[in-house]
Design a protein around this ligand. Structure first.
Ligand SMILES: [Zn+2]
Length: 502
């Protein structure tokens, strides 16, 4: 099967082939660390970490790079406002970003380069551009001359004339063209953070750092450049212009852009709308808040439940809907664990065991469904990395295995073949989920489990069991009904009774 990805550069799905056979390089624009990260900052890393995992599953050796912009006008002014040093603020926020990434299972990033650690490389690239006359000094700052790049605008489909409107405020700074952008900014005051350069003490512009850090780790031409759709212009357009002008080689081959996160916000008219997160709307959902409120596995699940190119509509209800689906998967894992008496996570699914165990016609039908869903799942991921469709197939597989459990209620406790089929079906679901870094841990990490509640529920289930054994059905039913009243549902199965919150 062949992977196709939607390339913003060509506006179409293209067959993915890496520059170097067997190897893939991915660069993703990371955060500018001036404020605590919000959920939008985690979407890109979760998607590209999952994409790396999928490419690795397909046999590629993948290098994933996410940069940290740790020097920038916004960081400088925020540090000033807080009365702290720029570097201290950046260090603190970088640490909290890493902490969130770890919780979200973003564990495949090979390099997190920081702008401040790449100043030499940045100066060298600007000098290289200066040699071709594409970089010039105006009033102390160094600019890139967009007229030196014949195909400027090819990613965003904007012509330089269109940009005069948006960049008008910058005219009068001695620039050759209004669309020219800064490569190096000189320090305006002595106490500003800066580095010595041929153009005086200063700091890099935002765009140039990504060109330097990506090419440093992945080479001058690499496979995939990712980022949020809001970065297409001017950030990514400018990265292409300066990189290709300097190297005379194609820069990134595939440009993948993820949708932005929108939050359900009440408009002044009283209507609820999905709007982009913004400070002025006061609807920014911080990552640390969210991680304190919900299990990290759920947030990852939630982010991958929408196709990466679509906007993610965040709301508590949307998260809870995904939680319901995810918990169905975990309940099946628990159910299978009780039956198999062994850790479902311990072994991979064996299609050979499934074929051997399927003796009856009904078993054979069920045995066929498992590899079918596996194939559809991999096809969904090959189709522009459609994780939303892939996750819906996990739910389908979960329903099929649950149906098998129900249809074989009496047989399963004693029939080894039926046990193998149920267990391997569940293992397939786990294996497929794990390709995307889902269903990786035991259920405890995915559910906010309160130990006291679990123990009390065990006690109630035991009392109800005793009541039934003593033929006191009135009491047994009362326990079940009263729990129902507080939205706790008991489910009886041949392997015992479980409970869940509605
Ligand atoms: Zn960038």
């Amino acid at each position: 099967m062949a992977l196709k990805l939607y390339n913003t550069l060509t506006n179409q799905k293209e067959l993915f082939e890496p520059v170097e056979p067997g190897k893939v390089g991915i660069y993703v624009c990371g955060p500018t660390v001036y404020k605590e990260s919000h959920i939008g900052h985690a979407v890109g890393p979760v998607i590209f970490d999952a994409l790396k995992k999928y490419l690795s599953y397909k046999g590629y050796k993948v290098t994933l790079v996410i940069n940290i912009t740790d020097v920038d006008d916004k960081i400088i002014s925020e540090a000033k406002a807080q009365g702290v040093k720029t570097e201290d603020l950046a260090k603190k926020l970088t640490a909290s970003y890493f902490d969130a990434m770890e919780k979200l299972g973003v564990d495949s990033v090979d390099h997190y380069p920081r702008a401040t650690e790449n100043i030499d490389g940045i100066i060298k690239l600007i000098q290289r551009l200066g040699e071709t006359d594409a970089a010039y000094v105006a009033e102390g700052d160094v600019y890139f001359d967009v007229s030196k790049c014949a195909d400027y605008g090819k990613l965003s489909n904007r012509r330089t004339d269109d940009q005069q409107e948006t960049t008008r405020e910058l005219s009068g700074s001695g620039k050759r063209n209004p669309a020219d952008f800064a490569l190096w900014k000189t320090c305006k005051t002595d106490d500003e953070i800066g580095w010595d350069s041929p153009w005086g003490r200063g700091r890099p512009g935002w765009h140039i750092e990504c060109s330097v850090m990506s090419m440093n780790h992945l080479g001058e031409t690499f496979d995939i450049h990712g980022g949020g759709i809001d970065l297409v212009f001017p950030h990514h357009e400018n990265e292409i212009a300066q990189s290709e002008t300097a190297t005379c080689k194609p820069y990134a081959r595939f440009w993948l852009h993820n949708g932005l996160t929108r939050v359900k916000t009440k408009a002044s008219s009283g209507e609820w709308k999905n709007e982009k997160m913004s400070k002025s709307l006061g609807n920014i959902k911080q990552l640390s808040e969210l991680l304190a409120e919900y299990p990290a596995q759920l947030i990852r699940f939630f982010m991958l439940s929408t196709h990466y190119r679509r906007p993610i509509d965040f709301s508590d209800e949307a998260l809870q809907a995904v939680q319901k689906g995810m918990m169905n998967l975990y309940r099946l894992i628990e159910r299978t664990g009780r039956l198999a008496g062994e850790d479902v996570f311990a072994e991979k699914c064996s299609l050979g065991l499934i074929t051997e165990a399927a003796q009856t016609d009904d078993d054979k039908k069920f045995a066929e469904i498992i590899p079918q869903i596996q194939l559809q799942y991999l096809e969904a991921l090959d189709d522009d990395f459609n994780t939303a469709r892939a996750i819906s197939l996990l739910y389908d597989l979960c329903s099929e295995v649950n149906r098998y459990f129900e249809q074989n209620r009496t047989r399963i406790p004693s029939d080894k073949n039926a046990q193998v089929l149920a267990r391997e079906g569940t293992r397939m679901m786990v294996d497929l989920g794990q390709i995307l870094g889902l269903l990786t841990g035991p259920v405890e990490t995915a559910v906010e489990s309160d130990e006291l509640t679990s123990k009390l529920m065990e006690l109630l289930i035991e009392l109800r069991k005793e009541a039934r054994q003593n033929k006191n059905f009135e009491l047994a039913d009362a326990i079940r009904d009263k729990l129902n009243d507080i939205n706790v549902v008991l489910e009886d199965s041949p392997e015992g009774t479980t409970w869940r919150k509605e």
